[in-house]
Design a protein around this ligand. Structure first.
Ligand code: NAD
Length: 323
């Protein structure tokens, strides 16, 4: 039986993970620590709120005394760290908060984990799993091979630079102090509970409202799309493997240019509503500063743990649209 601290568990991926984990491992204790920023909502956890093995704590990962007291009280042996500022555009507008949450916050968790798990030997076994992004690797050109776990880091936005820094700290705590860490670098997630500032929910909302759909530049930027359920399964495989100090890429095997994806959503909504011509709402806007052109990840290492993409992209997208 594990005792998990899930940071950022009221956010998009975190709340999907908490629901997934509590279904798979009903006797595990799951404690969510979340600051409830604009991206976190307690309602995302309504389905587990009454479960006696679940506990929600409203607080900041940068608050070291709080993190330490919570981990001691709950006997936490596993941290699954999702909490972050996660939106690239916001990082361009205001990088400070990204440095604070993504770097200082991650370091705070690492310090407490080291103190309790390494210095005090408070639990028999432990794991610090850090959820990161493929954006740390920078951008690919048209003919470049996908990112592997060996691809050198080359982050281009304040967001990806802050995530890269946190990845390095996690690695250093493994190599220097022997903390049992793991890192997953995943591609763009989609699925239930995603904030409307992100491409897929924003496009759906705009089409429904008959409002302009902003598309950066000429829309040719390519992303790999990973359903959040596949992501949760990937994290589960990593947590259950003997892989301290390892890094795994997680992808969905679905490469779409932003423009093609937006057109697909328009087409699917038109089909469902019996309307046509939603594509006319597409409005090209000035490109994002430092906009990475393409991401693609090689998941071969994770497949060695049994990872397979189970979710069919277009089918799942249709379901999301019909919600
Ligand atoms: P999100 O923005 O939806 O949720 C982040 C959560 O963290 C929110 O609940 C927020 O309240 C909480 N939070 C923020 N600052 C906090 C703080 N200081 N203390 C405690 N809680 C805080 O993010 P997401 O999309 O669910 O992403 C989760 C993780 O996955 C992030 O680390 C992100 O970098 C990574 N990631 C996301 C994607 C994606 O496509 N969404 C892709 C790759 C990696």
């Amino acid at each position: 039986m594990r005792r998990l601290l899930v940071t950022g568990g009221a956010g998009f991926i975190g709340c999907n993970f908490v629901q997934y984990w509590m279904k798979q491992y009903p006797s595990d204790r799951v404690v969510v620590l979340d600051a409830l920023t604009y991206a976190g909502k307690k309602e995302h956890l309504a389905s587990v709120a009454d479960n006696p093995n679940f506990c929600f704590v409203h607080g900041n990962i940068c608050d070291q005394p709080l993190v330490e007291a919570l981990m001691r009280k709950e006997g936490i042996d596993t941290i699954v760290h999702f909490a972050a500022e996660s939106h690239v555009d916001r990082s361009i507008e205001g990088p400070d908060l990204f440095v604070e949450t993504n770097i200082i916050g991650t370091h705070t968790l690492l310090k407490v984990a080291r103190q309790l798990w390494i210095e005090e030997g408070a639990v028999d076994d432990h794991r610090f799993h850090h959820v990161s992004t493929d954006e740390v690797y920078g951008a690919l050109g048209p003919n470049d091979p996908p990112f592997t776990e060996e691809t050198p880091y080359a982050p281009n936005s304040p967001y990806s630079a802050s995530k890269a820094s946190s990845d390095h700290l996690v690695r250093a705590y493994n190599r220097t102090y022997g903390l049992k860490t793991s890192i997953s670098n995943c591609s763009n997630n989609y699925g239930p509970y995603q904030d409307e500032e992100k491409l897929i929910p924003k496009t759906i909302q705009r089409v429904r409202a008959g409002e302009p759909i902003p598309v950066y530049g000429d829309g040719s930027n390519i992303r790999d799309w990973l359903h959040v359920e596949d992501h949760c399964r990937a994290i589960e495989l990593i947590l259950n493997a003997e892989c301290a100090g390892e890094v795994f890429n997680v992808g969905g095997g679905e490469q779409w240019s932003n423009l093609d994806l937006v057109k697909l959503i328009c087409q699917k909504i038109d089909e469902q509503r019996g309307t046509e011509g939603s594509e006319r709402l597409i409005t090209f806007v000035e490109d994002r500063k430092g906009h990475d052109w393409r991401y693609d990840v090689d998941c071969g290492k994770l497949m060695g743990l049994g990872y397979e993409v189970e979710v069919l992209f277009v089918e799942k997208l249709e379901k999301i649209i019909s919600l």
